[in-house]
Design a protein around this ligand. Structure first.
Ligand code: AMP
Length: 415
């Protein structure tokens, strides 16, 4: 089957066409044919980029007014003659959509019908920046592909298994029953993908496996995965909790928020923007949210860049230790995401001094450049020393593949 995956944000649509089916999944032979992104939708200098496995690379800058136009560009890419990707749109058998928040309604991926749309809409309250965009993507895609199944794959799905004593906040209980205030967790598709890869790579027995997965990108989250199931994760009711991130604070004393609102005369909306968009690497360094640039500044002795990296790695280390305690040890620590796959500095600083827990990485292995994004997507590296009790591994994530696989499995009625 050929599956189109769509990841629709407020000003971008990422897409991938993946050849997959049950037998290909079993043999791990399913693969991407073309992938790309339409960025800066709504502006005059929108970017339409894509590349194919055959080595074709294209980038165009042109106005793309809205998501419908963006999807039209994607359809044109798929049906164009140079390069030839599909003979016709009829070759697409299903569309897999990333949906950020599935609330308590969805433990796994589902075929989208009106009831599913209503539930996703109801979860928009929890993810106002994401779910409405995901719904828009579904609606636009249904216009272009009216006669094939559309499947929703939820970021929250993998964390459905976390127990109540983990997902509850110590607030008055009625806030849970009335407003469903609880930890949901995100990046589930990525945590699920790298967990499966780690189990396969290390030859672990899934039911006995204990893995700490670290998805470190612009957004960052950790998960404690026991027997292949998530039992805890650092993001909470929203993607703001947990690890420090590109522009988000992660964990912070909630009283500080009230204090800042009073002192700086900020509205709820202002403070929301401060915590989500102006903090993290950007806020501490005063430079950028991009770790590559912060690492460069640190090399040149920039104090706040150094502080930002030290804070980031210290907080990450605390989560690794905490999740190893939650799991009662670990077979492996997995680094993934743009930072996890590429930053040897972060991997080193967040794991050093943890020999007492069995974590020990080999510098020469760590310093190799891993997971060149979009290229060696299958490369998995064990960067631990040969005598380390806990394996530290780097696994390039592949959320699109997971979305495509779920789409096939839903269509075939297997999940
Ligand atoms: P993602 O959201 O997964 O695309 O990850 C984005 C983050 O990965 C940004 O903070 C980038 O600076 C970071 N990143 C990507 N490549 C590198 C690299 N070679 N070294 C350090 N950080 C990187």
């Amino acid at each position: 089957m050929k599956i189109l995956t769509l990841n629709c944000g407020s000003s971008s649509i990422k897409f991938d066409v993946i050849e997959t089916d049950t037998d290909l999944i079993k043999q791990n032979k399913d693969c991407s044919i073309v992938r790309g992104i339409v960025e800066k939708i709504g502006l005059n200098d929108s970017i339409v980029r894509f590349n194919t496995d055959a080595g074709f690379d294209s980038k165009k800058i042109l106005p793309v007014a809205n998501h419908t136009e963006a999807l039209k560009h994607i359809v044109d890419i798929l049906t164009g003659s140079n390069p030839k990707i599909l003979n016709s749109l009829n070759e697409i058998n299903g569309v897999g959509h990333r949906v950020v928040h599935g609330g308590e309604a969805f433990s796994k991926s589902v075929i989208i019908n009106n009831e599913v749309l209503r539930e996703v809409e109801a979860c928009s309250d929890f993810a106002p920046l994401h779910n409405p965009q995901n719904l828009k993507g579904i609606s636009v895609a249904k216009d272009f592909f009216p006669n094939i199944p559309h499947i929703a794959v939820f970021d929250t799905g993998f964390h459905y298994s976390i127990p109540d004593y983990t997902f509850m906040y110590p607030l008055p209980y009625e806030l849970y029953t009335k407003h469903k205030i609880r930890r949901y967790g995100f990046h589930g598709t990525s945590h699920r993908y790298v967990t499966a890869k780690a189990i396969e790579f290390l030859g672990l027995e899934e039911s006995r496996s204990k893995i700490v997965t670290l998805h470190l990108g612009n957004g960052c989250s950790a998960a404690a995965v026991l027997g292949g199931k998530s039992i805890d994760t650092s993001m909470g009711h929203t993607p703001l909790e947990g690890l420090m991130m590109g522009t988000r604070t992660g964990d912070i004393d909630p009283a500080v928020v009230i204090h800042i609102m009073n002192k700086e005369k900020l509205s709820a909306q202002d403070v929301d923007s401060l915590l989500n968009k102006k903090s993290g690497f950007l806020g501490v360094s005063g430079l950028t949210n991009d770790l590559r640039e912060i690492e460069e500044a640190r090399e040149k002795g920039h104090k706040r860049a150094t502080l930002a990296i030290d804070m980031y790695c210290y907080r990450l280390k605390k989560y690794i230790g905490a999740y190893m305690s939650a799991l009662g040890g670990a077979d492996a620590i997995v680094f993934t995401g743009g930072i996890g796959e590429n930053s040897s500095v972060v991997r080193e600083l967040s794991t050093n001094g943890m020999e007492f827990l069995g974590i020990k990485i080999e510098n020469s292995k760590n310093n190799r450049n891993h997971g060149v994004l979009g290229k060696n997507r299958d490369e998995i590296s064990d960067i631990s020393t040969s005598d380390a009790k806990v394996k530290t591994i780097v696994i390039p994530t592949n959320e699109e593949l997971m979305i495509a696989r779920d789409t096939v499995l839903c269509i075939r009625g297997i999940i």
